[in-house]
Design a protein around this ligand. Structure first.
Ligand SMILES: [Zn+2]
Ligand SMILES: [Zn+2]
Length: 375
């Protein structure tokens, strides 16, 4: 398993940082390292690290747990840690569309802005094996396109005329009486939806919206080692620009990875637990299971293994992002206790009680405590 940097160091804040300090640090770093914009080599890894650190520290319960136990989350149990996908709602943090508010795209408020279509987000489910193999995906979905008969203008024959209400400005001045004061304010023109132009007659084909829905086939490849919530961007595949002016929005495909029946994920490592009987733990064994990479996975359990220990099958995990190779499969050994023990088994166990238990319970309590404290 990889060693992780301290979450506070990752965000560059003090241990006592307030919620708003955390948020500010996260926003600043997220802007710097967002993989869609950043030119840094390790942007993607850094961005994930930042997301993970923020996900934990912004959650009071998780932060307290982290402060006490570190990355492990307590109990030294691979399932109790903070590993796995972190999906922070960037829209919440940045208010609305993450890309426009994060990076200043989409124009400022106030004056007339360059019009462009909205972004579209679709969610697409994949399996863990797709993350391993980087499979090709095909999604058939109805998407808005610019109406052909009016070229997206929404006007019959594409004929638009200057809006009379706002003189083509897209905004109007209104006077408001507030108590004794008359205040003048600028508002978006309602007649033309702030576009400055109106259709004499709406297009028959699209009813004036300028768009129609068409079945579209999207093809893309799952990025190797993709994390839960990864968003793929298809430029210009979003909503067409209103009235056909400006550029269409982008389409984002958010990957949802379906939970595997028994693997959990920690970055590029796959984690599973393996319950075994006492003889298998004591004498050692090799367990072979079918793996998601199509080959058999051989788990070699050494003799005298203890419940709670882990064994690793190297390089059979998921592909590491940016870099070669794969993570590991980490197997947590557990002692399987049968629900019922038959009479003859009980008899044989009785004969083993002396051999397999500690010779002297009192001294074994002491030895165990000493070993535990030595860490
Ligand atoms: Zn107008
Ligand atoms: Zn039309």
């Amino acid at each position: 398993m990889t060693t992780k940097r301290d979450y506070y160091d990752v965000l560059g804040v003090e241990k006592a940082a307030s919620e708003s300090e955390l948020k500010n640090a996260f926003r600043r770093l997220a802007r710097k390292y967002h993989p869609d914009r950043s030119t840094e080599d390790d942007a993607e890894d850094r961005f994930k690290e930042i997301q993970e650190a923020y996900a934990v520290l912004s959650d009071q319960k998780k932060r307290a747990q982290y402060d006490r136990f570190g990355h492990d989350g307590g109990q030294g149990n691979p399932f109790g840690g903070f590993g796995g996908g972190f999906n922070i709602n960037l829209e919440d943090l940045f208010g609305g569309d993450i890309f426009s508010s994060m990076f200043g795209g989409g124009g400022g408020g106030g004056g007339r802005r360059r019009q462009s279509g909205s972004d579209i987000l679709i969610r697409h489910s994949i399996e863990l094996s797709d993350v391993l193999n980087g499979t090709d995906q095909e999604v058939v979905i109805d998407l808005p396109h610019a109406c052909e008969s009016c070229e997206g203008t929404g006007a019959e024959g594409g004929r638009l005329t200057t809006c009379a209400s706002c003189n083509g400005q897209g905004q109007v001045r209104v006077r408001q009486q507030i108590g004794p004061f008359v205040q003048e304010a600028v508002q978006a023109c309602r007649e033309c939806n702030a576009r400055g132009k109106v259709a004499d007659n709406p297009c028959d084909g699209c009813g004036g919206s300028g768009q129609d829905m068409k079945s579209s086939t999207l093809r893309f490849k799952v990025p190797l080692g993709a994390e839960q919530g990864t968003r793929l961007r298809m430029r210009g595949k979003g909503e067409p620009a209103p009235q056909g002016v400006g550029s269409p929005g982008d389409l984002f495909i958010e990957l949802e990875i379906e939970p595997h029946p028994f693997f959990e994920r920690s970055g590029s490592d796959l984690i599973m637990s393996l319950p075994l009987g006492y003889p298998d733990l004591a004498l050692g064994t090799t367990i072979t299971i079918e793996h998601i990479d199509g080959d058999d996975l051989q788990i070699k359990v050494p003799s005298q293994s203890n419940s709670g220990e882990t064994v690793e099958v190297r390089k059979r995990g998921l592909p590491r992002q940016r870099g070669n190779g794969r993570g590991d499969v980490v197997v947590l050994l557990k002692l399987h206790m049968p629900k019922k023990i038959g009479r003859s088994t009980k008899k044989s166990l009785e004969t083993l009680r002396g051999d397999l238990g500690p010779k002297d319970v009192k001294s074994s309590i002491l030895t165990d405590a000493q070993e535990r404290r030595r860490g």
